[in-house]
Design a protein around this ligand. Structure first.
Ligand code: AHM
Ligand code: MG
Length: 335
């Protein structure tokens, strides 16, 4: 903890004073998101007591079955953000189409995209899950945003972050000037700054991948992982360790904290699905955070944040984390 405790509000106000990065509308938006993450965290921690576990009995646009908490978290973010006047529209991994701000409320200049509950396969087994979000600006002159206005490359994000509901509840945030981590102090219900200017070490001996897909991987990823698995006796000459939580928020948070490389590569099962993770709700916000912490993020062929999206729910291969390893994998792709 820093000597003088700093709350999320104070952090945002000071960032605006020092660098002019957080106008009042954006600050209010980020505070509403943070408040909603508290609410989602409470539902996650109540679990069975609040009837929050198990299937919702519905499926999302990508045909994945929704958990009760996917639906609860999605609704919580919609409800909290629709009336504040900061947003023009929202889009979520759990909704087929963007949600325009109802006409009875004033419209703002930002667009919010989110994965309301990432890692949902972990909900019922009491393993960390999270919420991921990304904020874009509504293109100038647009009054009634539609899907096309969300299709902006990640470099246009004005803010991004995630909450992790783990042993502690954390909020990790960037507004394009480094990455800060806030821990929820549960009794007063306050987000307190517990790590500023997070840095991902350039090199690492730790990797994260779902190895059960190995037989489907493309050659560059196969080569890279084979070399890591060969350890001391292989071309890398050192042993590597593997970790896979299957919650991107938790796997990325480990990397933000102590380095590592995370891969969810494209594979040769279904050419219409380049990877599992979604560009706009997962890959872009995480890439923004990782780059702001000194790491790198690529799909193997291109920097993720420079990809021009072609559809709202587009999937993408994701390779991110410690720079030296990410660059090595990108190098294997270009050979
Ligand atoms: P979700 O948003 O439906 O939870 O799916 C995304 C999750 C990521 O959090 C995680 O990295 C990945 O899916 C895990 O996939 P797998 O089940 O192949 O291990
Ligand atoms: Mg997800």
């Amino acid at each position: 903890m820093p000597v003088r405790p700093v709350s999320l509000t104070q952090y945002l106000v000071e960032k605006q004073r020092e660098k002019g990065l957080i106008p009042a509308e954006l600050r209010m938006l980020l505070e509403v998101i943070a408040r909603t993450c508290k609410r989602i965290g409470i539902a996650v921690s109540k679990g069975a007591l609040a009837d929050c576990l198990g299937e919702a009995g519905s499926s999302n646009v990508q045909g994945e079955s929704q958990k009760k908490l996917d639906v609860i978290a999605n609704e919580a973010l919609l409800e909290a953000n629709e009336w504040g006047g900061n947003l023009a529209a929202m889009a979520s991994e759990e909704m087929d189409h963007p949600y325009p701000i109802p006409n009875r409320y004033p419209k703002g200049e930002f667009l919010l995209l989110y994965d309301p509950l990432d890692g949902s396969s972990n909900i019922d087994v009491n393993v960390s899950v999270g919420t991921i979000f990304s904020v874009l600006r509504l293109p100038e002159g647009v009054k009634d945003p539609d899907e096309t206005h969300f299709l902006q490359p990640g470099i246009r994000q004005v803010a991004a972050g995630y909450a992790v509901f783990g042993p502690s509840t954390l909020l990790v945030l960037t507004v394009g000037d480094g990455v800060a981590c806030f821990t929820l102090d549960r009794e007063p219900g306050a987000w307190m700054l517990t790590a500023d200017r997070m840095r991902i070490p350039q090199s690492t001996r730790e990797f994260a991948i779902n190895a059960s897909n190995a037989r489907h991987w493309e050659a560059p990823v196969k080569r890279y992982i084979d070399e890591l698995l060969a350890g001391k006796d292989g071309p890398r000459g050192v042993d590597f360790n593997m970790r896979w939580v299957a919650s991107m928020v938790a796997d990325v948070h480990r990397i933000m904290t102590r380095g590592g490389i995370f891969l969810y590569p494209r594979d040769n099962r279904d050419p219409s699905k380049p990877g599992k993770l979604r560009l706009l709700y997962e890959a872009n916000p995480m890439s923004f955070l990782v780059e702001q912490a000194g790491g790198a993020a690529t799909n193997g062929l291109q920097r993720i944040m420079e990809i021009v999206p072609s559809s709202l729910h587009q999937r993408v291969a994701v390779i991110l984390g410690s720079k030296e390893e990410v660059e090595r994998v990108a190098g294997y792709h270009s050979q």
